[in-house]
Structure formats: C-alpha cells, structure tokens
Design a protein around this ligand. Structure first.
Ligand SMILES: [Zn+2]
Length: 149
C-alpha cells in the first residue's frame, strides 16, 4: 500500500526540522496555529515495533517540539498561546509512525474535545503559504534552543 509520508513529493511539506528520529513538518491543517507532525524517518507501522530506546527517543522529540511550540506562543502573551498541547499518535489513516503535536490556544472554539470532528475549513485554518513558512521558521528557531533534558 502506498504511504503518503514515504512518498511525499519534494516540496509538498513545510519542513520545520530534521531530528534524529523524525522529520518535523508543519501540518497542512493550521486551524490550531503551530500544529506540527513528527514523522519517523523510516516506514514503521507500529510504535511498539521500535526498540524501547528508540520509542523513548521519538517521544523526547515529541516533547521537544511541544516545548518549542510553547516558546513560540507564550501562554500569557498577547496571542494567549496554547493552554494545552494535544499529543496524538493514531495511524488509522496513515499507518506510518507519526505524532501530531497540536497546540490548543486560548481562543480554541472547542477546547474540551479532540480536533478531529472539526469541519475541514476550521481544521485547515486561514494561514497562507507565507504565514506557514514564517511559522515553520519560528518553530525551527525555537527548536535550536529547546531541549527536554
Ligand atoms: Zn511510510
């Protein structure tokens, strides 16, 4: 079965960073600004198929990206940044280990529920290509100085 993550055409993703285990891309869905997806570099269908040290390394990268996003959107800043981060590893639609790191901002219209039932337009958000590139750059810069140790 073709895998959209393994076969993503060059330039089709907004790359944030290449980490040791995962590449970090800005989700095409920016209804929650800063939403990132960490995609394991190689095609592995199940997280538990990885040795424990690699599972831990993947999750350390997930937490590092979350911390970087929280740095880009300070909770008490003018934008009222993320009050919550949702971490989701589903695989129902794309069975290749990946994590969604979804900042749930103070202005979230439905803060008590997962985002998946949102209408497509709300999920997509209204950030154009330039705004997406600028956001990816800000998260990339935050990642440079973010470590979870
Ligand atoms: Zn794949």
């Amino acid at each position: 079965m073709p895998c959209p993550f393994c076969e993503a055409p060059p330039g089709s993703e907004t790359l944030v960073a290449d980490l040791v285990e995962c590449r970090v891309v800005l989700s095409p869905q920016q209804g929650c600004p800063g939403w990132c997806i960490l995609i394991l570099h190689e095609h592995v269908e199940h997280l538990d198929a990885l040795p424990l040290n690699r599972q831990n390394a993947v999750f350390a990268e997930v937490a590092r990206v979350a911390r970087a996003i929280r740095g880009v959107f300070p909770t008490h800043g003018a934008g009222g940044g993320p009050v919550r981060i949702n971490y989701e590893c589903l695989g129902n639609q794309t069975p290749h280990v990946h994590w969604h790191v979804i900042p749930r901002h103070a202005d979230d219209p439905d803060p008590r529920n997962a985002v998946w039932s949102w209408p497509a337009e709300r999920l997509r958000g209204d950030a154009g290509p330039a705004a997406r590139a600028a956001l990816a750059q800000r998260i990339r810069e935050a990642l440079r100085t973010t470590d979870v140790r």
